[in-house]
Design a protein. Structure first.
Length: 156
C-alpha cells in the first residue's frame, strides 16, 4: 500500500498504477532520414536456387538475370556464369524481387541492371540487349517496353 498527500487529502492506494491517467501523451518518435546504407540493407534480399541436390543462397546483387526455358525458371550467377534451377515461375520471381535493380525485358528474361552491357536500336523501335554473362541468344525488348527500359537504366 502507498500513502501520499494531495494537499488536503491523504490517499491510500493498493494499486498505484491505477492512479495514472490512461491517456498520457506517448513519446513521439524522432523523424529520421534513412541513409543510403540503410536503404541498401533494406534491399539486400536473398533468394534460393537449386543446383543438383544442393540449395544455394544468392543476394540479389549476385544475380545476373532470371530466364525461363522449357517451362523451368533459371537464375544465372554474375560471378561464375553458372545457371541454377528456380522453384517458382518467372512471374512469381518478378513479384518477389520487386526492386529498382530488376526489369522484365520480355516474357523470357528478368534482368539485373548490373548485368546490362549495352543495347542497340532495331527496326520499329525495338531494342537488342547485350548482357554479361552472354545467354547465347539475342534478347529483344519490344517497342512498348523500350521506353520503360531506357528510363530504368537511367534511374538513380
Amino acid at each position: 500500500m502507498y500513502n501520499f498527500s494531495t494537499g488536503a487529502k491523504n490517499i491510500n492506494l493498493k494499486y498505484p498504477a491505477m492512479l495514472l491517467p490512461q491517456s498520457l501523451p506517448q513519446p513521439k518518435e524522432p523523424d529520421i532520414e534513412l541513409s543510403e546504407t540503410v536503404y541498401r540493407q533494406i534491399e539486400e534480399k536473398r533468394i534460393i536456387a537449386k543446383k543438383g541436390r544442393e540449395y544455394v543462397i544468392f543476394r540479389f546483387e549476385q544475380v545476373a538475370y532470371f530466364y525461363i526455358e522449357n517451362g523451368l525458371s533459371y537464375l544465372v550467377d554474375r560471378s561464375n556464369h553458372a545457371k541454377y534451377i528456380m522453384a517458382k515461375p518467372l512471374r512469381e520471381i518478378e513479384e518477389y524481387v520487386k526492386s529498382k535493380y530488376f526489369f522484365r525485358v520480355n516474357k523470357k528474361y528478368l534482368i539485373n541492371i548490373n548485368a546490362v552491357v549495352k543495347f542497340k536500336p532495331l527496326k520499329k523501335g525495338k531494342l537488342q540487349l547485350v548482357v554479361n554473362p552472354d545467354p547465347n541468344e539475342i534478347i529483344i525488348i519490344s517497342q512498348l517496353k523500350a521506353h520503360l527500359f531506357k528510363e530504368w537504366v537511367l534511374q538513380d
